[in-house]
Design a protein around this ligand. Structure first.
Ligand code: SAM
Length: 438
């Protein structure tokens, strides 16, 4: 879908509807299409564009429920985007502080740049009915619609979390804070905290995270003190636990599988600068370039290898590694609060494929670990089959693999540690530390 004239292009609602169409109908990720749509807009408008898109994605089931009451037949083909535009209108009216007048007039005006002028009257009528009949006061008809999750994911989580399920649903809807990881090779956490104070930027500490500072509100990261000098990286608190859990030691050789964009690779180097070598393995060429970009900005060195973790015979130069971090490809269900497009891009059938891939990588990488060596398995998933069930099955079929009982395992039945979204302000994440016996 293309928007033609420059004047038309700079219409925020039209751009938001277009991005929603790209995500929901064309399967693009927000990471791909949102920055392109934001490019011509002013800083403040960029943030509002993202907030509108994310707001609709967070609340899609209830917005669709309301839409079905006011629109007789679904719109199709080139008019499908008008459904997204109408839901954007509902979002502004029900969840934002935009005045009713502005929400209606600006949303209706977006029909022109979207080349759907014929729908202007329909959009106007639906939004006015929405206000008049106080549709936004209607309760969601069931818990799944209220949760903002697709049915398949709601059911999976309901089965996986009998205890604390409603708290989990609530936390998955709460916006995530920005976590910084101070690059302690360049500046101490205390000194960087002073630099933030001087710049009048609010933040808090987390007792569990010695390198972290949590920003009190959103910021353009590139404008924070010391961005170009590599004083910090953006990394959620849960991801910042990886280096601490891996515990790399002086002189060791480390393999970081599935490494792009290199957040954990860089943290491992900061955490233990005296390791002998670290290999950052990544399957995707373009994403591997991001590892290099981050290493350069932060002033670190690593060997970047482009290759498939499930076929080490094609790329592995070292015979054995002391420690391996396997940050496995996963459903990313633990970071939905941060990236709400994930819940609409992922499909139920993807999960079995991912579980199979994780299994394949685990089995392929394990022989590369030295006897006495360590594997730290990590995912940003909250689905048991990718986490404790995956590790339970791995331990059952791998005779020389032991669960590290000095690690903070949830229980013997549930090997590893499941962090749920919102716990100590962190994303949802899973870690298991395994030892090779001989
Ligand atoms: C969760 S992200 C890794 C995040 C990274 N560890 C960090 O902290 O910045 C997973 C990465 O694994 C890569 N990947 C997926 N399948 C892979 C495979 N078979 N072999 C190697 N890398 C893979 C993806 O391209 C993606 O960059």
């Amino acid at each position: 879908m293309k928007i033609k004239s420059k004047a038309n292009y700079l219409n925020l609602r039209a751009d938001a509807a277009k991005v929603l169409h790209q995500i929901l109908e064309e399967g693009q990720s927000a990471r791909e299409c949102l920055p392109i749509a934001q490019l011509p807009h002013k800083e403040q408008d960029k943030a509002w564009l993202q907030e509108m898109v994310y707001g609709v994605l967070r609340n899609l089931p209830i917005l669709q429920f309301w839409l079905r009451q006011l629109l007789d037949k679904p719109l199709k083909n080139r008019f499908k985007v008008v459904e997204h535009l109408i839901m954007l209108g509902f979002y502004q009216l029900a969840f934002s502080r935009v005045s009713q007048h502005a929400a209606v007039s600006e949303t209706v005006a977006a029909c022109q740049p979207l080349n759907t002028l014929a729908m202007k009257g329909l959009v106007n009528a639906i939004l006015r009915t929405f206000i008049r009949e106080e549709i936004s006061k209607q309760e969601a008809p069931n818990e799944q619609i209220a949760s903002g999750l697709p049915k398949w994911l709601f059911k999976k989580l309901e089965a996986g979390y009998q205890n604390g399920f409603s708290e989990l649903l609530t936390n998955m809807q709460v916006k995530a804070p920005i976590w910084l990881r101070v690059n302690t090779r360049k500046i101490s956490q205390a000194h960087y905290a002073k630099a933030l104070e001087k710049a009048d930027i609010g933040f808090s500490h987390s007792p569990e995270h010695p390198e972290a500072l949590i920003l009190s509100k959103g910021h353009d990261i590139t404008n924070l003190p010391g961005f170009d000098s590599g004083w910090f990286a953006v990394q959620d608190g849960a991801a910042q636990l990886a280096a601490h859990y891996l515990k790399p030691k002086q002189g060791e050789t480390i393999l970081d599988c599935c490494a792009a964009p290199g957040g954990k690779t860089c943290h491992i180097i900061e955490f233990q600068p005296d390791i002998a070598k670290i290999i950052a393995l990544e399957i995707d060429n373009r994403r591997a370039a991001k590892i290099e970009e981050n290493l350069v900005r932060l002033g670190h060195n690593a060997s970047i290898v482009v290759g498939d973790a499930s076929t080490p015979e094609k790329w592995s130069e070292e015979e054995f590694y002391d420690r391996v971090l396997l940050d496995a490809p996963c459903s990313a269900t633990g970071i939905i609060r941060r990236h709400p497009d994930i819940k609409w891009l992922r499909k139920a059938k993807d999960i079995d494929v991912l579980v199979e891939l994780q299994k394949k990588i685990l089995d392929a990488i394990w022989p590369l670990i030295k006897p006495g060596g360590t594997l730290l398995y990590a995912t940003c998933s909250i689905l048991p089959e990718e986490n404790h069930l995956q590790i339970h099955n791995f331990l059952s079929r791998t005779t020389d693999a032991l669960l590290d009982d000095t690690f903070d395992n949830d229980s013997l039945d549930k090997p590893g540690k499941q962090i749920l979204p919102g716990y100590h302000q962190m994303d949802g994440f899973y870690y298991a530390r395994l030892l090779k016996s001989h």
